[in-house]
Design a protein around this ligand. Structure first.
Ligand SMILES: Nc1nc2c(c(=O)[nH]1)N[C@H]1C(S)=C(S)[C@@H](COP(=O)(O)OP(=O)(O)OC[C@H]3O[C@@H](n4cnc5c(=O)[nH]c(N)nc54)[C@H](O)[C@@H]3O)O[C@H]1N2
Ligand SMILES: Nc1nc2c(c(=O)[nH]1)N[C@H]1C(S)=C(S)[C@@H](COP(=O)(O)OP(=O)(O)OC[C@H]3O[C@@H](n4cnc5c(=O)[nH]c(N)nc54)[C@H](O)[C@@H]3O)O[C@H]1N2
Ligand code: SF4
Ligand SMILES: [Mo]
Length: 676
């Protein structure tokens, strides 16, 4: 039986190694690679049957041209030559009339491979199109970490196994970082305690010894309250602070008067005595480890929240103990820089930049030049971008020429003028880094392209030819690009077994013995006080909120990855779009489990089925997953309720920073369909 190595391409910190069994040119079985240092032979429920995605009957197999009204989903097949010719004709006309900046690429993380993910960059730079500011995920998290730690290497996730107090802070690990559970379990076996800090009792609460429920957007205050107690009761590691920390005296002056447990309790909703206890246990732990999620950074105060939490380990000297520290995200860009694909040097001039979170404004607002064409690849903005009503209003514009390169008929593809069929990761080559561990891996195709589908890189090579971009760069294969990058490895990558990497095996980037105390900041210390920030010290500021009754938490669903896997009917044996609410709140609203309800705010209305649950505290409602509209009971899905507002720093998304009111649904699409 031949098992082929591959890599999971999805936007997940685990970046798993795969073993794929191929029979008669088809992938028939997928397993986790036991030799992958983080995967350790297991897969999540989504990828355990990746073959059902790859060979799904819903795959788009040929290029398609729209034959009905925008959004109707009516298309007919055309050839690749016709599709490329259509795009060339439209773009040539748009460029003549408005200039190339009227063309906007829209891509995000459908695939994480460096070549296919970034394949559009050299093309759109050469064309002179608008640039897209890709801050959809959690740039505020990166900003907050860097404000304290600079470019310090993040701790290896295996440190968790040696910790005696693991804090999953705003991380739904069972859904989004499942392989970290190998290390969490190992720590538990050695007697470690596990805490979860979240806004509701997620399924991850089952693996925690204690769950602490905070009000949305208030974690910065909780961290400051813990610091208050640690400083007040002298639970600090003075020797560590003297040697490695900048700004402790200033912090002390600042947290003592302002962030008393009482004051922090009124912000977070956590009782003062519990805050005292959390601080004492954190300081008493031998090697506390915080694994920080991203959700808490998607608020108007997100960067500051992350910056504040990042200060905690320094106070107790967690960094110089095996198993201690804080992992926000791992950056290995200096091992393999994406520049070998992106080629910023292809820009003739620096063109206008449009924020990925503000596609609604870009398509509907007054812009000079207006956006006249949208080219979507490896993303599904009609589902994943905030303010869905504005996005869809834009996509409905008759004068907007939309091309979508996709594997499935997503909400975005439905609005396309031209759809191009995309390969899955098993059908193309790439090289992968991870943001949750230190392994890198190269992948070769294990099956031929399904139908007439093509990889991103090949499509951009075709478009470059069509648009008269005469550069030999676009004559190369994806493998040739990777070969060249690996022929000149960075110092860091050169320390790995590059030959094994070439063969498609996972290799791990090495870390220096004392890497957890090598602080790559301007001062060489952990900068609790950062003189380059307008706020020199961490402080609490409020999220945006809305003028409505309930915070809306739209957490990850274990069966989906953002809007990917919506094609997998086999994963959805139970309800899709549920809205969970505290039973007391439901009584107040006069609604019950199983009823159809509408969550609404100034941006939109979305229908859900209600589920009352004690796991949700009063004052918030929770829904899990980003669903295609086709799976929604009403005409919109979750992002009709979220806002285009940006984070305090780094222009990030604020998906969780939204509030809604709730009412009973008068009639639902499901009910109408049942009647018909
Ligand atoms: N199954 C699955 N896996 C995924 C994804 C998915 O959609 N599904 N998405 C992938 C992507 S792109 C990413 S970026 C990662 C994200 O991985 P995570 O960081 O785990 O997920 P987030 O969506 O950021 O939110 C995690 C948790 O934050 C909580 N939360 C929200 N607001 C707050 C707050 O103010 N304070 C606290 N303490 N908690 C809060 C939510 O309730 C949720 O349980 O996961 C990746 N993996
Ligand atoms: N309400 C709400 N909205 C969210 C989030 C949330 O938690 N709540 N999470 C946000 C986060 S963290 C993120 S990172 C974004 C993610 O936003 P996206 O990166 O857009 O994620 P996906 O929904 O996975 O859509 C990716 C699409 O790419 C397609 N695709 C996969 N591989 C390829 C390929 O090789 N080529 C081409 N052309 N297409 C391919 C897939 O079929 C899929 O439809 O969503 C954000 N949106
Ligand atoms: S989605 Fe994440 S956990 Fe699942 S196989 Fe891919 S990388 Fe691993
Ligand atoms: Mo993300």
């Amino acid at each position: 039986m031949l098992l082929n190595r591959s890599v999971c391409p999805y936007d997940c910190p685990d970046a798993c190694g795969l073993l794929v069994q191929v029979e008669d040119g088809k992938a028939v079985r997928v397993k986790g690679d036991p030799e992958h240092p983080f995967t350790r032979g297991t897969l999540c429920p989504k990828m355990a049957h990746y073959e059902k995605t790859v060979h799904s009957s819903q795959r788009i197999l040929t290029p398609l041209r729209r034959s009905g009204p925008k959004g109707s989903g009516e298309f007919h097949p055309i050839s690749w030559d016709e599709a490329i010719e259509d795009i060339k004709a439209k773009w040539t006309d748009i460029i003549a009339r408005y200039g190339a900046e009227a063309i906007l690429p829209y891509s995000y993380a459908g695939t994480m491979g460096l070549v296919q993910r970034n394949a559009g960059h050299p093309f759109f730079y050469s064309l002179g199109a608008s640039r897209l500011e890709r801050t959809l995920c959690a740039p505020a998290k990166g900003y907050g970490w860097e404000a304290v730690m600079g470019h310090t290497l993040a701790p290896h996730p295996k440190e968790i196994a040696q910790s005696d107090l693991v804090i999953l802070w705003g991380l739904h690990a069972l859904a989004t970082n499942i392989h970290a559970m190998h290390d969490v379990d190992a720590a538990k076996k050695r007697g470690a305690k596990v805490w979860l800090i979240d806004t509701y009792e997620t399924p991850t609460a089952k693996v925690a010894d204690q769950t602490f429920i905070v009000r949305p957007g208030s974690d910065g205050a909780l961290a400051l309250g813990m610091m208050h107690v640690i400083v007040r009761d002298n639970l600090i590691d003075q020797a560590f602070i003297d040697r490695y920390v900048q700004g402790y005296p200033e912090l002390k002056e600042h947290v003592l008067p302002e962030y008393t447990p009482e004051a922090v309790s009124s912000i977070t909703g956590i009782k003062p005595l519990i805050i005292e206890e959390m601080a004492r246990l954190y300081a008493a732990a031998k090697a506390p480890f915080i694994r920080l999620g991203s959700g808490l950074s998607r608020y108007g105060n997100g960067a500051m929240t992350v910056r504040t939490i990042t200060c905690l380990p320094a106070l107790v000297g967690a960094w110089n103990k095996p198993g201690g520290g804080l992992l926000a995200s791992i950056s290995t860009g200096s091992a393999i820089d994406a520049g070998f694909v992106t080629r910023e040097d292809f820009q003739q001039k620096v063109t206008r930049s449009i924020n990925i979170n503000q596609l609604g404004h870009a398509l509907n607002g007054v812009n000079d030049p207006p956006v006249m064409s949208l080219y979507v690849y490896a993303s599904n903005p009609a589902s994943v971008a905030p303010d869905q009503n504005m996005v869809i209003k834009g996509l409905e514009r008759e004068d907007l020429f939309t091309v979508v390169h996709e594997r499935f008929m997503t909400d975005s593809a439905r609005y396309a003028d031209i759809i191009l069929p995309a390969t899955t990761s098993l059908e193309h080559s790439d090289i992968y880094r991870s943001y949750g561990h230190y392994a890198v891996q190269r992948a070769y195709p294990v099956i031929s392209p399904v139908g007439e589908s093509k990889p991103n890189w090949e499509v951009f090579c075709l478009l470059a030819k069509a648009m008269g971009i005469d550069h030999t760069f676009f004559d190369q294969s994806a493998d040739a690009l990777i070969d060249q990058a690996l022929a000149h490895p960075s110092d860091w990558l050169a320390q790995t077994d590059v030959a094994a990497l070439q063969q498609g095996k996972p290799v791990e980037l090495p870390l220096a013995k004392d890497y957890k105390t090598l602080y790559r900041t301007p001062s060489g210390k952990i900068e609790i006080l950062n003189p380059r920030e307008e706020e020199c010290l961490p402080k609490f500021s409020k999220p945006y909120g809305d003028d409505a009754a309930y915070w809306l938490i739209n957490a990850p669903d274990v069966r989906l990855l953002n809007s990917s896997f919506n094609e997998r009917d086999d994963l959805f044996k139970t309800d899709k779009m549920l809205l969970m609410m505290n039973p007391g709140d439901a009584v107040q609203e006069g609604i019950e489990t199983g009823e159809m309800v509408i969550a609404h705010n100034e941006r939109g209305s979305v229908e859900f089925k209600l589920k009352c649950s004690e796991k949700v505290p009063p004052g918030i409602v929770v829904t899990e997953g980003v669903w295609w509209i086709k799976h929604a009971p009403g005409a919109r899905s979750i992002n009709a309720l979220t806002a285009q507002r940006l984070t305090d720093k780094a222009k990030g998304s604020t998906f969780y920073d939204a509030k809604v009111n709730i009412k009973k649904a008068a009639h639902s699409r499901e009910a109408e369909e049942r009647q018909a």
